[in-house]
Design a binder for this molecule. Structure first.
Ligand code: SF4
Length: 256
């Protein structure tokens, strides 16, 4: 059984109106992840239409995975959702994935970054940008392909993190070969879905809004598996998501 909600959000690129189906009764946090990401993608589509109407082009194309060497942050609900997704893959796919994740872990450990990634994921308070930036840069400098990348294509496309969906550029694709040195022009993101889900999870569990680096997300989700089993009324989870979105959007309008 699902309940249908009509949602209207004013974004800097226009008004988003859509219908959302949320399961009735008590649901785990992972059940709200797909609809939250969908709202983020619909907001992003408004931005895409806006730049196209202004005569610009989105340079991102299938098969270009230059940005899949960055350290992708996930909210806790997304890490749990990723674990669920990987758990239902056929055994051979899962084995392949675990092998790649193992190789990435070995490499990141050798470079001395593994413990730092775990420190970020388990931090007792939000990690400030001054601490995150050097870690992001050190990781990106290694140019390690995302463990979920296969032949330059995302192998978990329908389950990929919100942060991956949000990165679109209007600058020439060649510039993405070095996202630190080159003047890349990303599309504005009015709602950062990983931050929104992180805030919701923080308020539900009385924990700091945390961001979990993608290479350690499955291990983190396994360590915190018990937390993922908690449930809340579906409509109350949607309320909290929408409340966080409104706060994000009002900040986006203030920045304009
Ligand atoms: S999850 Fe997919 S889209 Fe995101 S960085 Fe990895 S391969 Fe790229």
């Amino acid at each position: 059984m699902v309940e249908r909600f009509e949602v209207a959000l004013n974004t800097p690129a226009g008004r988003l109106t859509t219908a959302i189906d949320v399961p009735t009764g008590f649901i785990p946090i992972t059940a709200i992840v797909p609809v939250t990401r969908r709202l983020g993608e619909e907001a992003s589509q408004l931005e895409v239409q806006r730049v196209i109407a202004a005569g610009q082009t989105i340079s991102c194309r299938m098969g270009c995975a230059a940005c899949c060497r960055m350290l992708v942050p996930l909210s806790a609900p997304e890490a749990f959702a990723l674990r669920e997704y990987v758990g239902q893959l056929p055994t051979d796919r899962r084995t392949l994935l675990f092998n790649r994740l193992g190789d990435t872990k070995d490499r990141v450990k050798r470079e001395g970054l593994w413990d730092r990634l775990n420190d970020v994921a388990e931090a007792a308070r939000p990690v400030p940008d001054e601490q995150l930036d050097p870690l992001n840069r050190a990781y990106y400098a290694l140019r390690i392909p995302c463990p979920y990348l296969e032949n330059e294509m995302c192998s978990i496309y329908e389950a990929r993190p919100a942060a991956c969906r949000e990165l679109l550029v209007t600058s020439p694709a060649e510039l993405c070969q070095d996202l630190v040195q080159n003047p890349v022009t990303p599309l504005p993101v009015s709602m950062r879905i990983s931050s929104i889900l992180g805030l919701v999870w923080g308020s539900l569990t009385n924990s700091p809004p945390r961001l979990i680096p993608l290479p350690i997300a499955l291990e983190w989700a396994e360590r915190h598996e018990e937390e993922s089993r908690r449930t809340w009324p579906g409509s109350s989870l949607l309320d909290q998501v929408l409340d966080s979105m409104w706060r994000f959007l009002s900040q986006a309008f203030q920045k304009k």
